[in-house]
Design a protein. Structure first.
Length: 108
């Protein structure tokens, strides 16, 4: 399954459009990650624990749009865009959403 942020794919023609597909993943941060992120806030640097959570959520969301495109008969998703939000009372949960268009493509 090809997934792209562009609306065209070099070397491919778009044969059919199936519609918009979306994927959502909500990940909760646990206490250990919160503590490690707090330490990082004070001493500076990158928060590897939150980066891991973010990457996992992004991959799960891409898997969702891929699965939904396949159900519609597509073999690619184009025009993909991501949105990231924190939700919950303390912003302790991360929501990653992706939206794109499911299409059928073939090599030119």
């Amino acid at each position: 399954m090809l997934i792209s942020t562009t609306d065209t794919l070099q070397g491919y023609s778009i044969d059919e459009y199936f519609g918009i597909v979306t994927g959502e993943t909500i990940s909760g941060a646990n206490v250990v990650r919160d503590i490690m992120a707090t330490v990082t806030d004070y001493v500076g640097g990158r928060s590897g624990t939150y980066e891991e959570v973010l990457e996992e959520a992004r991959q799960n969301t891409l898997r969702e749009i891929s699965d939904r495109a396949k159900l519609l008969g597509g073999n690619a998703v184009i025009g993909v865009s991501f949105d990231y939000e924190t939700i919950g009372g303390r912003g302790a949960m991360l929501m990653v959403t992706a939206t794109g268009t499911a299409v059928s493509i073939s090599k030119k």
